[in-house]
Structure formats: C-alpha cells, structure tokens
Design a protein around this ligand. Structure first.
Ligand SMILES: Nc1nc2c(c(=O)[nH]1)N[C@H]1C(S)=C(S)[C@@H](COP(=O)(O)O)O[C@H]1N2
Ligand SMILES: [Mo]
Length: 321
C-alpha cells in the first residue's frame, strides 16, 4: 500500500484530519455500533460481554498523549517520525478488569481487533497484541473519543485500546476481545514481528515503550526563510519526560533549546531556539535526552536525530521579526 503521511502540523494538538492511518490488514472493518460488543474472557472470575452504553456508564478519563507509529516492522531501524499528539477519551481498562476480576494466574492481557487479513506472507491473521497485566491495568484506556469527537472509522471506531507511553502498534483498533492469560500469545504481531534488541541489550524484547525522539517542525523542511533571527522549534517526546533538547545548525556545536515541562499527561514537549541564520542553505538538527538518560543517536536507528534543510534568503527579512 503506497501512501504518504499527512505532514505533522506545528500545533500542540494534532487535528484529526492530519493523523496518520496505519492498517496492517487492509481497509478498516465496518462495525455496527448496535451489534458491536467487547468480550472479556480467559482467566477471569466473571467473563463479560459489554456493549457501548455499558462502557459509557463506567468511569471515564480524558488525557493527551503522543501517538507515534513505530514504523514498518519489517524495517525496524528506519526513522519515519510519524507522530502526533492527541486528546483521548475513554474508560480505563482497570475499570473493566475490576468487573471481570482476573484470576491470580493471569499475567498477560491480550487485545484483539475485528480486522483480519494478510501480512508479511501470513494469511487470515487477526490483529493481536499483548501487555503484561500490571502494565495494562495501570495504563491502557479503552478509547471511544479522539480530540473531542467520536473515533473515526479508520482510527478504530467504536472502541480502541490506547497505551499512552507505548508505540502506536500496541493501541489495538476496532477492539472486540480481551483475553486474560498466563502466557504471551505466539502471533505474527506479538512474537514474530514488533520485537527488537535495544542498544546495550542482548535479548530481543517486544516493541512497547517509546524511544526518546524529537522532530523539527518550524521552519518546515525544504522551506525558504528570511535570513536573520528566527525561531527553530518543534516537539520532543519519550516514554518518560524529555529533560533537554539541543539544536545544531550546520557544523556548529549543539546548543541547548528552551524546553517546556511535560506536565501530568504523556504529551509531547515544545522546544525552541532563536537563531541568527546567515544567508544560504542550512542543515538544522535536533537531539533530545530523557529522564532515563537516553539520548537520540546521531544515525543508524529509528530515532536518529532529525534533520531538516532550509535556505535563508538575504534581504527579505520582514520588519516584525
Ligand atoms: N486492529 C488494528 N489495530 C491497530 C493496527 C491495525 O492494523 N489493526 N495498526 C497499529 C499501528 S502499527 C499503529 S501505528 C496504530 C495507528 O493508529 P491510527 O491509524 O489510528 O493512527 O494502530 C495500531 N492498531
Ligand atoms: Mo505503526
């Protein structure tokens, strides 16, 4: 499937129209909200079948989080920076688990969507992901709203999982089944794809927590700008708080940018640096560090430093800058 991502606009909250769409198994399933239901089964004291009105009657939560695609799982080190920042509304998974009462042997939560199809040479596969029970109970939200409107069909209507600190692949759309289990599921999207060996580790692990990363959004890549003083800005994010962002123009040293604090939600953080840009072509790079001490690598991985190219035009400097 060939498609280009919509550009990331330089706004704190990404408009729904600009959010990338990632469907591994073909076009989105058409689900009728009247007959749709979510089952909770496996190692639970009380198996459940929940309809939408019942879910809407449970405690609700609303928060803003970075929504980032890990990238093509067949090319796990290629940077895509397909990233947005969205406000989600839904029911904490914990509220549903409280009703279902997981048995003591339950260790993992499997989340399955209604879509099925072919991917990476396998046919008739479903979209299935899993998380450790304690992590899922602490973070996963069963979302029905995005940016104050009902989820659109492409984004998982009527209900999807959202794992706010994790890559988008974990946020199962068109959610219809939750299974509590003692083990991880052996499946295309859990154990065969979406696993990786992190720097400094020898064992491969599932793609879950987001990497430290950043993206320069102003000025836009490939743009002409007036030479002189201008703001270089964008967003940085990680599974934890980002603690610093540095910017480098051409081959000068890394300079610390001003950085907003993250706040209680796992949203992205704005960085900015005012810079005197001489006339001519320039390469601008940004590099984030998070509270876990992780730093974006210069090259070779999916979160390598982001770089843009701009041309500063002489004599076009507006007076209001
Ligand atoms: N059921 C289902 N859920 C899914 C997917 C999918 O193909 N099927 N793609 C995943 C991937 S890889 C990403 S990045 C996000 C994308 O969510 P979006 O299309 O709403 O932006 O959904 C995830 N959840
Ligand atoms: Mo993705």
């Amino acid at each position: 499937m060939i498609r280009t991502d919509p550009p990331t606009p330089d706004l704190f909250r990404t408009p729904v129209e600009e959010v990338f769409i990632r469907n591994h198994l073909g076009p989105h399933p058409r689900l009728d909200p009247a007959s749709w239901s979510l089952t909770v089964e496996g190692l639970v004291e009380r198996p459940l079948r929940l309809d939408l009105p019942t879910l809407r009657g449970l405690p609700q939560t609303r928060f803003t989080a970075v929504h980032e695609c890990f990238g093509n799982p067949l090319h796990p080190t290629v940077p895509t920076r397909a990233v947005t920042n969205l406000e989600w509304a839904g029911v904490p998974l914990a509220a549903v688990l409280e009703l279902a009462r997981p048995r003591p042997e339950a260790r993992h939560v499997w989340l399955e969507g209604a879509d099925s199809g072919d991917f990476a040479g396998e046919s008739g596969v479903s979209y299935l992901k899993d998380l450790p029970l304690d992590e899922a109970a602490a973070e996963v939200v069963l979302a029905h709203g995005m940016n104050g409107e009902p989820l659109r069909p492409d984004h998982g209507y009527p209900l999807r999982a959202v794992a706010p600190r994790m890559f988008g692949t974990n946020s199962v759309k068109w959610l219809t089944r939750i299974v509590l289990a003692a083990d991880r599921p052996d499946h295309l999207f859990t154990t065969r794809l979406y696993t990786r060996v992190l720097p400094g580790e020898s064992e491969s692990r599932p793609v879950r927590e987001k990497d430290v990363n950043s993206k320069l959004l102003t000025p836009g890549d490939g743009c002409s700008v007036p030479a002189g003083s201008l703001e270089l800005a964008g967003y940085a994010w990680s599974s934890t708080e980002v603690t610093s962002v540095e910017v480098a123009v051409d081959d000068t040293d890394w300079q610390p940018a001003a950085l907003d604090r993250r706040g209680p939600d796992p949203a992205w953080q704005r960085f900015r640096l005012r810079y005197e840009l001489a006339p001519g072509p320039h390469r601008v790079r940004c590099r984030a560090t998070d509270s876990a001490g992780r730093v974006q690598p210069l090259a070779g991985d999916r979160n390598a430093v982001h770089e843009i190219h701009v041309v500063a035009e002489p004599g076009t400097r507006p007076t209001d800058r």
